[in-house]
Design a protein around this ligand. Structure first.
Ligand code: GUN
Length: 271
């Protein structure tokens, strides 16, 4: 038996259509600025996907493309300027280490990526805040496709600030019981086999093999790995034969991340 597919494209389209209706009722279009430093090809393709989504929803997206050698002072000045002129502002990652200090200059109420320490702190405290888009998108996909995490044992593989850690908080608040595994976890398979809900955000193909999955589990594959055979997730192909439900790569979590960025931008424009 093959797993049910959790269709992120279809759910993201539903989210976008609700957002389009909200935007149509606003006096003016929400504005989102995307700052890119350098020419990372993955960043360029993510920004293209964000531009297309913004156009569908009715958000005005401005792409600010700076050369790789941009100084910290210059990036900080641009961030300060966009804090005043835009509703939402993101600086596309990865960013050279020397430019990282610019990220905390993003005003928390403009931080539609949800990465600012103020927004992460509010998330931890259960207060309303702009939430990181990938974990928020995973929660939305699960709820809207009838796989509520409430009461489930959820196992997350990966402890990044962008996915694993904030997702652990969101799942806990949604009444799941959460285990977080990472590169120093002994006996990874022992933990993953207990998961009713397994979220794999390790950034490595074949992190989870079929025998590491509890039969019938809901599996969310967050990986986007470029290989000679095209894009693959973090789960081995055979996982689809064991899981009860599975997000495809591409077409699972990716479109939900973009939809949540649009949702955060509309929320930032309405506040
Ligand atoms: N790089 C990869 N994903 C993301 C994201 O969600 N936001 C930003 N700013 N950079 C990214």
């Amino acid at each position: 038996m093959s797993a049910d597919i959790l269709d992120g494209r279809a759910v993201a389209a539903a989210v976008e259509s609700e957002l389009r209706a909200r935007v149509a009722r606003l006096a003016s279009a929400p504005r989102l600025a995307v700052v890119q430093v350098g020419d990372d090809p993955a960043s360029t393709s993510y920004i293209r996907a964000k531009s297309r989504a913004a156009e569908r929803v009715g958000i005005k997206l401005a792409h600010h493309h700076l050369p790789a050698g941009t100084s910290l002072a210059k990036l900080e000045a641009l961030v300060e300027q966009l804090n005043s002129s835009e509703h939402g502002l993101i600086v596309q990652l990865p960013l050279p280490d020397r430019l990282e200090p610019a990220l905390v200059r993003i005003a928390p109420e403009r931080d539609v990526d949800g990465f600012h320490p103020v927004n992460l702190g509010k998330l931890l405290r259960g207060e309303p805040a702009l939430r990181p888009c990938t974990p928020a998108g995973i929660m939305e996909l699960l709820e809207r496709s009838g796989h509520s995490p409430a009461g489930k044992h959820a196992v997350i593989v990966g402890r990044s600030n962008i996915v694993g850690k904030p997702l652990a908080v969101m799942l806990t608040q949604a009444n799941a019981t959460v285990t977080v595994c990472h590169t120093a976890t002994a006996e990874l398979a022992h933990h993953t086999r207990q998961a009713e809900l397994l979220i794999v955000a390790a950034g490595q193909p074949d992190t989870v093999a079929p025998e590491m999955v509890r039969p019938g589990a809901t599996v969310v594959d967050v990986g986007v790995n470029r290989t000679a055979a095209g894009f693959v997730g973090d789960c081995a192909p055979g996982v689809a034969e064991v899981a009860g439900a599975l997000t495809p790569v591409p077409g699972g979590v990716g479109p939900m991340t973009v939809a949540m960025l649009m949702a955060n931008t509309v929320a930032a424009a309405q506040d």
